[in-house]
Design a protein around this ligand. Structure first.
Ligand SMILES: Nc1ncnc2c1ncn2[C@@H]1O[C@H](COP(=O)(O)OP(=O)(O)OP(=O)(O)O)[C@@H](O)[C@H]1O
Ligand SMILES: [Mg+2]
Length: 362
């Protein structure tokens, strides 16, 4: 699959922009704060309906406007499609696939598969657990609509339970908590099962990738650090109930899950050097690309936001050799010699104050 055209109206610092992409390597370069990441964000929204930066719709709409529009034309299995996303202030967004409006965001998932790699991803190992959960969730949601629905429902139930804990400080209405607990367990178990599978699948792929990146020195394995095992969920939730009432929040469940990274059985999060942690992060991204390829039986679209300058030459080579045949959109401040030599660039644009300049590379 690849994106052929992107048109933006009142999106961030773009009043109007039209870009044509090649199915190969596309470069967007320009100084800081000109709008490079904004383009990648718009592409990412086309796949997931959300900003990868976690921004709210009203903050994405161009200053002084009430609406914003992203139009994407893509090709998938040789068939052209069009996706329209309308962002509106204080209203939910409108989405249409091939001019037919869809009711739920989840109906868009799977239409385009995007993998975004930014410098923040390089710190995923040492960041807090929420970043690692986000990694699993963002990928699982794109690959599996049922997971997205289960996760949304789980989060709603969790919210209700937490509100109940706040409203009922002395825990008088225990039967209401019973209802939330049983639903939390129902949906929580589904999430744990899918995350388990996801980690297993990544593990099958990542060992070889990481071996190559470390000249056969390191054996990498991910461990899914469940906050609670399937068998103990009900009992733990019950055991921690009094504590939850005191603290007014839910302490048991997959919303507290984490991932550990083990190299030759040593925990990289605790003992790994900074370089080691970054290599693991890169292996994780490369494994994600391979996994998505395998599952969708097609090539996902890769967005590399300013990540080249963050990697040394060995790691850059590893990344670049894994992007053949994949539509890639790369942002950088200056397209340095390395990129010119190593990549055959198909399109190159300069981004300047919300305008896209140039196009064809000679
Ligand atoms: N809702 C908005 N309306 C108008 N402009 C916005 C809006 N949100 C962000 N901007 C502007 O977008 C610009 C930042 O764009 P972006 O993050 O794409 O920059 P960049 O080119 O990726 O820069 P860097 O190289 O520093 O990462 C800023 O100038 C910011 O003021
Ligand atoms: Mg940027």
């Amino acid at each position: 699959m690849f994106i052929e055209k992107l048109a933006l109206n009142n999106y961030r610092n773009y009043d109007n922009a039209d870009i044509t992409f090649s199915d190969g390597i596309n470069i967007l370069y320009g100084d800081n704060a000109q709008g490079k990441t904004n383009i990648l964000e718009a592409v990412y929204m086309t796949a997931t309906t959300k900003s990868h930066r976690g921004s709210k719709d009203k903050d994405i709409i161009g200053f002084g406007s009430d609406e914003s529009h992203i139009k994407t034309e893509l090709k998938k299995n040789d068939i052209s499609h069009r996706i329209d996303i309308h962002l509106r202030k204080n209203k939910s967004k409108g989405i249409a696939i091939d001019m037919i409006p869809i009711k739920r965001s989840a109906d868009l998932f799977g239409m385009i598969n995007i993998i975004l790699f930014s410098p923040e991803d390089l710190t995923i190992i040492k960041d807090g657990p929420s970043e690692r959960r986000r990694f699993m969730d963002m990928e699982l949601c794109q690959l599996n609509r049922i997971y997205y629905n289960n996760l949304s429902t789980y989060n709603k139930i969790l919210n209700q339970r937490n509100n109940q804990l706040k409203d009922d400080m002395y825990g008088k209405n225990r039967d209401i908590l019973d209802v939330w607990d049983s639903q939390l367990i129902d949906y929580g178990l589904k999430i744990i099962k899918d995350r388990n599978n996801f980690i297993d699948m990544i593990n099958e792929i990542i060992v070889d990738i990481h071996r190559v990146l470390t000249n056969d020195k390191e054996e990498l394995r991910l461990v899914y650090d469940k906050n609670v095992s399937e068998d103990n969920f009900a009992i733990e939730l019950c055991n921690k109930r009094d504590m939850d009432i005191r603290l007014m929040s839910t302490s048991v469940g997959p919303h507290r899950d984490d991932i550990s990274f083990m190299i030759n059985d040593i925990d990289v999060r605790k003992y790994g050097s900074q370089g080691q942690q970054r290599t693991v992060a890169l292996s994780l991204k490369l494994a994600e690309i391979e996994l998505v390829k395998k599952i969708i039986n097609d090539n996902p679209i890769l967005l590399l936001d300013d990540v080249m300058s963050e990697l040394d030459s060995t790691r850059r080579d590893a990344l670049l050799s894994s992007i053949s045949n994949i539509q890639t959109i790369i942002t950088c401040t200056g397209y340095d010699d390395f990129i010119k030599e190593r990549l055959s660039i198909d399109k190159i644009y300069k981004v300047e104050q919300g305008k896209i300049l140039g196009g064809n590379y000679e």
